[in-house]
Design a protein around this ligand. Structure first.
Ligand SMILES: [Fe+2]
Length: 143
């Protein structure tokens, strides 16, 4: 019984670590999406960037809310606007982040202390799969 309790608190703290990792991932550059979008001439690509930005802000909010409900502290982190990088390089980096976010959401779903929370993170993971496709579409419009 003691063992079970300790393994539960262990997976809870692992989940909190994962959630803070994904929070930093989803939020670090997303705040710059409106500015990035305004630099894109292609109308469809611009719309996709804005839509991806608000979808990701919603994810960050769900993640931060979950961290609080599980007794943790959300660690927000913003990155400076990537002045030195061209827009294609920026979105190639975002594609990597989306892939990593997908893995982290899947891991969080497995560690979730209850089915409802597990389902929520499986849903987020599915949405990340859609985000990955959106970033690929953005990149194809920018190329
Ligand atoms: Fe995403």
């Amino acid at each position: 019984m003691v063992k079970k309790a300790s393994s539960t608190s262990e997976s809870l703290s692992r989940m909190l670590d994962l959630l803070n990792q994904v929070l930093q991932l989803e939020y670090s550059l997303i705040v710059h999406y409106p500015r990035l979008a305004s630099a894109i001439r292609d109308e469809q690509a611009r719309a996709m960037v804005l839509q991806l930005g608000s979808a990701s802000i919603r994810h960050a909010d769900v993640v931060a809310d979950t961290i609080i409900k599980l007794g943790g502290n959300p660690r927000w982190s913003f990155e400076a606007f990537p002045e030195q990088l061209d827009i294609i390089t920026i979105f190639q980096g975002q594609l990597e982040k989306e892939n990593l976010a997908l893995q982290l959401h899947r891991q969080s779903a497995r560690l979730a202390p209850d089915v409802l929370l597990g389902n929520k993170f499986n849903e987020l993971a599915q949405e990340e799969e859609a985000h990955i496709q959106v970033v690929k579409n953005i990149l194809s419009k920018l190329a």
